[in-house]
Design a protein around this ligand. Structure first.
Ligand SMILES: Cc1ncc(COP(=O)(O)O)c(C=O)c1O
Length: 339
């Protein structure tokens, strides 16, 4: 089965498993795991932040970020397709008692024009607008990337309006691959950044929150409170480190394959895709007639898995365990079934 449902379906390679076995470990609740300590320092300096905190999931990284940036009753501005709004089980309400205000961005991206219309006033009855929450690349937005100019403008707007910026960078690795942006840039535009090692990078577990030392100290305390204190996690940090070293450079190939499939889909009379929207490893496309659900068994019968992403919308996602040979098979299947 060629699995294009998500870039999270990868399995650890033999080399990654070997790196995990060889990792030096200690009790991270005592701060004594050398491998995780090294990874936190390495990723923090890569992105130009003071400190980092290894956490089990992207969801926890996002929620810790919002928690350190807000007080109860604050409001967070986010695109309506944002992961934090759609797929984190109302955690922001439960864990931080904040309101998420969703905005109609473009392909998951916010703009200064949009933000400008949505910062509230300062009356007692106004929710206190506090954070702009961005996603890069945008998952539900189809893997789109912000340009540096767009992010600089949003940072400037945030500073002028006394707002903080959180960047959900679960797939920032893909964004950097596509845009060539220097990792250091992101600490100039975000107060908190979350990155994942378990999406296209292929580690089995793990994300990181990056911010100032003060924010990371608070996040570390909250992680413990939320039951996320872990012990010999050098095993997981070693997998993440291996993923950065050996799988990050492979993302370029995923993007090439995604664009190639997009061209095939564009030539299928029963399907519709905006080719320009395919910037990284995610493709979002529509079936012109019938439902997205009805497409799934047709493809599964041919050994290809993707996911429905709306009534007539589907998503296919590339990762390093989909080869060129797999791509040829997928393209042939699409041509055969949907031309
Ligand atoms: C953009 C984005 N942010 C955060 C997450 C959450 O990651 P996790 O599944 O590790 O909680 C995901 C998961 O796919 C995601 O796509």
């Amino acid at each position: 089965m060629i699995d294009l449902r998500s870039d999270t379906v990868t399995t650890p390679t033999t080399e990654m498993r070997e790196a995990m076995v060889e990792a030096e470990v200690g009790d991270d609740v005592f701060g004594e795991d050398p491998t995780v300590n090294n990874l936190e320092q390495k990723v923090a300096s890569l992105f130009g932040f003071e400190a980092g905190l290894f956490v089990p999931s992207g969801t926890m990284a996002n929620q810790l970020s919002l928690n350190v940036l807000t007080n109860q009753g604050d409001e967070v501005l986010i695109d309506k397709t944002g992961h934090i709004f759609n797929y984190e089980s109302t955690a922001a309400a439960h864990l931080s008692s904040v309101l998420l205000k969703t905005l109609e961005g473009h392909r998951g991206k916010l703009s200064v024009e949009l933000l400008n219309d949505n910062v509230r006033g300062t009356h007692d009855w106004d929710p206190n607008t506090k954070v702009i929450s961005l996603e890069n690349t945008t998952n539900k937005g189809g893997g789109c990337c912000y340009t540096e100019d767009e992010l600089n403008e949003i940072r400037e707007f945030a500073d002028t309006n006394d707002l903080k910026v959180h960047l959900d960078g679960a797939r920032l690795w893909n964004a950097m691959t596509a845009t060539g942006t220097d990792p250091q840039f992101y600490s100039s535009i975000a107060d908190t950044l979350s990155v994942c090692f378990s999406k296209g990078l292929g580690a089995p577990v793990g994300s990181m929150v990056l911010s100032s030392q003060k924010n990371i100290n608070t996040a570390r305390r909250m992680r413990k409170m939320w039951g996320g204190g872990m012990r010999q996690i050098g095993l997981l940090a070693a997998a993440a480190d291996h993923a950065i070293e050996y799988h990050y450079p492979l993302l370029e190939e995923d993007h090439r394959r995604a664009k190639e499939l997009a061209r095939t889909i564009d030539n299928c009379s029963q399907l519709a895709i905006d080719i320009e929207s395919v910037e990284t490893n995610i493709l979002i496309f529509d079936v012109k007639e019938g439902t997205a659900e009805s497409v799934i068994p047709v493809l599964e019968e041919e050994g290809v898995r993707i996911v429905p992403f709306g009534p007539q919308t589907l998503r296919a996602t590339f990762h390093f365990q989909v080869t060129d040979e797999d791509l040829e098979k997928v393209k042939a299947t699409f041509k055969e079934q949907f031309s």
